[in-house]
Design a protein around this ligand. Structure first.
Ligand SMILES: Cc1cc2nc3c(=O)[nH]c(=O)nc-3n(C[C@H](O)[C@H](O)[C@H](O)COP(=O)(O)OP(=O)(O)OC[C@H]3O[C@@H](n4cnc5c(N)ncnc54)[C@H](O)[C@@H]3O)c2cc1C
Length: 637
């Protein structure tokens, strides 16, 4: 057991002080949870406690010794930190990553020992990640990945463990799972735990000691019953609420009623705390990092002139200036375009891309300026002004700005991946060549670009900023939840997404995938560990979607037992019929049952199939995600 305490701590970034004269003791062998509104200083406090941030004044003591007086390795043997959104190097297996937790215990001459082996095996077992140990990190779900990071911290066998928002981006089952693992560790080993958490009700359930932070100072601390009151929720979160006993645990449960009309202390920006590490310090839990400009600092002075912050740290979506590395025909109607740039190191969600969508900005014939410069990685961005970039972009002449088109990331490979052509990260986009001889300007621009593109050409791509978003990023729609039986259906535009999803599925998944393509040559090889069976349909001269429609109806009829849950009832009322001519069809959900359908492609075809599943067969809407990827006769805006 160990005691960690802050004494008169002042922490900040550049000219802005974020934590003020704060003294705090994390009780030995107990779980302390720190809560507070966005921008209150809670993550900055954790950075200070873990030596990621050097105090301006004051001290952090570990069993009475100033942590800044300890050698890096000595501190790492005693204090572990799981930062927000840690990033694993590409191509690393679960076991390799967890084994890195043993680095602080290895000397120059003493390499891997039986004790290291035991610590890694114990950490894998405690987090139930032992069965994943040979899998690559990028193949795991968000919840599995978070358990692996905790396993790494466990393997480090420290007396103190600090975790910054360990449940962000996880669904509720995985949130509980992660916190249960931490609690077991605390109870079994007596580890002193400090957690920053944004969910008050989870904090109340798991904390022995709760600390509420407001404006960089401690507002109140004590047992959850002492700290969680309607007054505290009002003063710290600017929220009206009722506090009731949790019917399961008896701990206080906050029922929010609404935001207070005049929030006294709440910064207005609902941005995540920006303590995500740079990729290179992701594995390093004890070295000082560069003091990153912090949302807490950047947004705390609402009346000052617009604050410009690096786009990399703020914008969930960035513009990437990419070079075409290769162009390869995959079939008569399908072209694989491989894009690369050192900037891609900032791209992604930290997880397998699944059906991750991006926007290509197909260049116009007369470009005059770089319209995306402010949201390139590291560009300076005024968060307030950046919100309406799309409206402003649309006002520019298309021949200058180009055209926005939506595509799927078929594959994303980090730097150094053996499949790469060069030294930088790469992404593949598979583009359908639906070429009509006479098309108006602005119509079919993406298909034409794909047909003419050559290595060395450049293109802008809008995509997720991996420092800010996680696997719950809205650009991913495949969310089967608890489902184990899948139905994946699409035409050639959805083939890249279905192939990518199949490659990520774990072995226990079963069901069917059906893809309709124009020509025999457009079929693609796909590797999947899952038991989902893939059928390719070749359209030939048949109308678009006719074969797909017939095949899905046949499958649903033959496999009614597997695809429809016994006794399942529709729990949500059916949509009013959506008019395909006025609105593109799109409703995605997180699967809630044993069965989950994901349908994408031409909107009319998909609408017909979705209606068959939901209206005719009575499958719950919450189990069917459907996306009109394009509409016959309508160019994308
Ligand atoms: C989330 C999402 C992911 C997508 N992923 C992919 C992907 O990975 N690969 C891919 O190729 N497409 C994908 N698409 C579809 C792609 O965005 C559209 O096909 C887009 O219209 C192509 O742009 P364009 O400039 O070539 O044609 P547009 O200018 O948009 O359309 C011109 C004309 O061509 C027709 N048309 C458009 N697309 C097709 C088509 N595929 N076949 C036949 N006629 C067509 C239109 O009806 C219109 O009449 C995706 C769409 C979405 C929404």
């Amino acid at each position: 057991m160990a005691l960690i305490e802050a004494r008169s701590l002042h922490l900040g970034y550049e000219r802005r002080e974020v934590v003020r004269d704060l003294s705090l003791t994390l009780p030995e062998g107990r779980i302390t949870i720190i809560v507070g509104a966005n921008g209150s200083g809670k993550s900055t406090l954790l950075r200070g406690l873990s030596r990621l941030l050097t105090p301006r004044s004051g001290r952090v003591l570990l069993d009475g010794t100033d942590i800044h007086a300890l050698r890096g390795k000595d501190l790492a043997r005693r204090l572990g930190l799981l930062p927000q959104s840690p990033i694993a190097p590409d191509g690393v297996t679960v076991r390799d990553l967890v084994a890195r937790g043993r680095f602080p215990h290895q000397g120059l001459f003493q390499q891997w020992t039986a004790a290291d082996e035991q610590a890694v095996a114990g950490a894998l077992a405690a987090t139930r990640t032992d069965e994943l140990q040979d899998r690559l990190i990028e193949e795991l779900s968000g919840g599995q990945r978070q358990r692996v990071w905790i396993a790494l911290a466990l393997a480090q066998q420290t007396d103190v463990l600090l975790l910054d928002e360990p449940t962000t981006f996880l669904d509720v089952t995985h949130q509980l799972e992660v916190l249960d693992v931490v609690r077991d560790l605390n109870r079994e080993r007596g580890t002193t735990v400090g957690i920053v958490l944004h969910d008050l009700n989870l904090a109340a359930r798991y904390a022995d000691h709760l600390v509420a932070v407001r404006d960089g100072e401690i507002h109140s601390q004590g047992s959850p019953g002492e700290v969680i009151t309607e007054q505290m929720v009002h003063e710290v979160f600017a929220l009206s609420s009722r506090v009731l006993p949790d019917p399961v645990t008896g701990t206080p449960m906050v029922l929010p009623l609404g935001r207070d009309p005049q929030p006294a202390h709440q910064p207005d920006l609902d941005a995540p705390d920006l303590d995500a590490p740079e990729p290179e310090d992701a594995m390093t839990t004890t070295t000082d990092s560069h003091p990153a400009p912090d949302a807490e600092a950047a947004h705390a002075e609402p009346d000052a002139a617009p604050v410009r912050v690096p786009a990399l740290e703020h914008s969930p979506q960035l513009a990437f200036d990419l070079t075409v590395a290769a162009v390869r025909p995959l079939g008569q109607n399908l072209m694989r375009v491989t894009l690369t740039s050192p900037e891609l190191v900032h791209f992604g969600t930290g997880a397998h891309p699944l059906d991750l969508r991006i926007k290509l900005i197909v260049p116009g014939p007369r470009p005059s300026a770089d319209h995306f410069a402010p949201i390139r990685p590291d560009g300076q961005l005024d968060p307030a002004g950046s919100a309406d970039w799309y409206r402003r972009w649309l006002q520019i002449d298309p021949e200058d700005r180009g055209w926005l088109r939506t595509y799927t990331v078929r594959d994303l490979r980090g730097a150094g991946h053996p499949g790469n052509l060069g030294k930088h990260p790469e992404l593949d986009v598979d583009m359908v060549l639906h070429l009509e001889p006479e098309q108006a300007l602005g119509s079919g621009v993406a298909a034409r670009w794909a047909q003419q593109v050559a290595p060395g050409d450049r293109i802008d791509v809008l995509g997720p900023n991996r420092h800010v978003v996680g696997p719950d990023y809205g650009g991913i729609e495949f969310r089967p939840g608890t489902a184990r039986t899948l139905l994946l259906v699409g035409d050639e535009t959805a083939a890249p997404a279905i192939c990518s999803i199949l490659e990520a599925l774990p072995a226990q998944m079963t069901g069917r995938a059906v893809i309709e393509v124009a020509d025999e040559s457009d079929r693609q090889p796909v590797l999947t560990r899952s038991a989902v069976q893939l059928t390719w349909l070749v359209r030939g001269d048949a109308p678009h979607g006719e074969l797909l429609d017939a095949e899905v109806r046949r499958l649903m009829c033959e496999n009614a037992q597997a695809f429809r849950e016994e006794g399942a009832q529709t729990t949500r009322p059916e949509l009013e019929d959506v008019d395909i001519d006025s609105t593109i069809l799109w409703e995605t959900t997180v699967g809630e049952g044993a069965f989950y359908a994901w349908l994408a492609g031409e909107a009319g075809v998909i609408k017909g199939l979705r209606r068959h599943l939901v209206t005719e067969l009575g499958i719950d809407r919450t189990q069917v995600s459907f996306m009109g990827y394009w509409r016959q006769g309508r160019p994308e805006m």
